[in-house]
Design a protein around this ligand. Structure first.
Ligand SMILES: NC(=O)c1ccc[n+]([C@@H]2O[C@H](COP(=O)([O-])OP(=O)(O)OC[C@H]3O[C@@H](n4cnc5c(N)ncnc54)[C@H](O)[C@@H]3O)[C@@H](O)[C@H]2O)c1
Ligand SMILES: [Zn+2]
Length: 365
């Protein structure tokens, strides 16, 4: 069992990672929820069908009473309305302040259930059991919760640290191929920003990883979680260091919004964003040819990514509108060497335009 501590107020908590962990979930949950009377499991049909029974059996064995709450599957259901409906069901099933919310699913379930748990009766305990690659290495750690508004993604939310994150990499066996690959770019990101070993591991074990070899995934996920945990622990409210987690996300987000979230999965857009940031770094003399080549090669090795076909001017406009601009400046996370990045806020317009044009060219358009 691999244990990773996340040190954020109001109290530290752990992420536990092990192949097959879902089977013993009850034991660990009982430890962190000693006075909890009932656990409300928020999930979607597909995930419940695969893993609901296993989890339920483990909870029963540990003497924990549980109740399933299904929400509809998909990003379009990450809304206040869904939260309200889940809360109503909780009331009807007798949930009180001593109940806990357990998120069993991908990032959509995690964000929605986390938000629900943070406001239900002014807040109950939350635990996360992420079931997508993206959720296991990224969204379940760090306490960001929230839902979308009609006008934009993640515009309403809270910081709500869970009591425990349980990660069982074997559940990824049932994940659709495209979802799985897209998530890998978040792991790659953690390698570039903080840990060259992750990067090298991904360079050297491509086939094993893509075949979802259990031991390889367990290692890759654990190391990525360590990076996310350490960055978040340094900066739980996202004021400084945590910005480096946005590596690949600046251009990535712009590509997602420009294509109305229909063309790329989030991780795929991040893959392109990583290439763009690397080309910008190269052009600005912040990295060397060798590093740039390695980063771009590895993104390609985990591709192919859906082609980019955008007007660079539109991307530029979107970048300056991003909610992550500070005092109107766009902050870019640029790689220096593998394992180290820097924040740069003065990337000239022409460099940006050129970086986006290069994505179009790489896509053959
Ligand atoms: N809170 C954060 O810090 C943070 C960080 C990154 C992303 N996010 C959010 O995460 C969301 C995206 O999450 P996602 O990529 O996990 O997508 P998702 O939650 O929509 O899951 C993708 C699909 O996979 C299915 N699925 C989940 N686990 C499965 C399994 N083990 N086997 C088979 N199918 C499975 C789901 O039913 C769904 O259809 C976005 O809303 C994004 O805003 C949040
Ligand atoms: Zn991301």
């Amino acid at each position: 069992l691999i244990r990773v501590q996340i040190n954020t107020p109001p109290r530290p908590y752990e992420a536990l990672i092990e192949n097959g962990l879902l089977r013993s979930a009850g034991v660990y949950l009982r430890d962190v929820l000693p006075n909890t009377r009932r656990i409300f499991i928020v999930t979607v049909k597909r995930v419940r069908r695969h893993y609901g029974k296993l989890l339920a059996e483990s909870l029963v064995e540990a003497g924990l009473e549980h109740h399933f709450l299904e929400m509809p599957d998909g990003e379009q259901w990450k809304t206040l309305k869904t939260v309200e409906e889940l809360a109503l069901k909780m009331v009807k099933s007798g949930a009180d302040r001593e109940s806990a919310v357990l998120a069993l699913g991908g990032g959509v379930v995690g964000d929605t259930a986390g938000f629900l748990g943070s406001i239900y009766m002014r807040g109950v305990k939350v635990v996360q059991i992420p079931t997508t690659f993206l959720a296991q290495v990224d969204s379940s750690i760090g306490g960001k919760t929230g839902v979308n508004l009609a006008t934009g993604k993640n515009l309403i939310g809270t910081f709500k640290q869970p009591r425990l994150v349980l990660i069982d990499p074997t559940v990824l066996m049932t994940l659709p191929e495209r979802e799985f690959r897209a998530g890998l770019f978040e792991a790659l990101k953690t390698g570039v920003i903080r840990n060259p070993r992750i990067f090298e591991f991904m360079e050297q074990n491509r086939d094993r990883i893509l075949q979802r070899d259990a031991a390889s995934l367990e290692w890759l996920i654990s190391e990525s979680v360590r990076v996310k945990a350490s960055v978040v622990s340094e900066d739980e409210l996202e004021k400084g260091t945590r910005m480096i987690l946005n590596f690949g996300h600046t251009v990535g987000h712009a590509l997602e919004t420009e294509t109305r979230y229909r063309h790329f999965l989030h991780g795929e857009a991040v893959g392109w964003g990583i290439i763009a940031a690397t080309n910008i770094a190269l052009r600005m003399g912040r990295t060397d040819d060798e590093t740039a080549r390695r980063v771009i090669d590895i993104v390609n090795a985990y591709g192919p990514l859906p082609p980019v076909k955008v007007n660079p001017r539109n991307i530029l406009k979107r970048l300056t509108r991003d909610k992550k601009t500070i005092h109107g400046k766009v902050h870019f996370i640029l790689p220096n060497v593998v394992g180290k990045v820097e924040v740069h806020s003065d990337v000239p317009e022409r460099v940006l335009i050129h970086a986006v044009e290069e994505l179009n060219q790489l896509s053959g358009s």
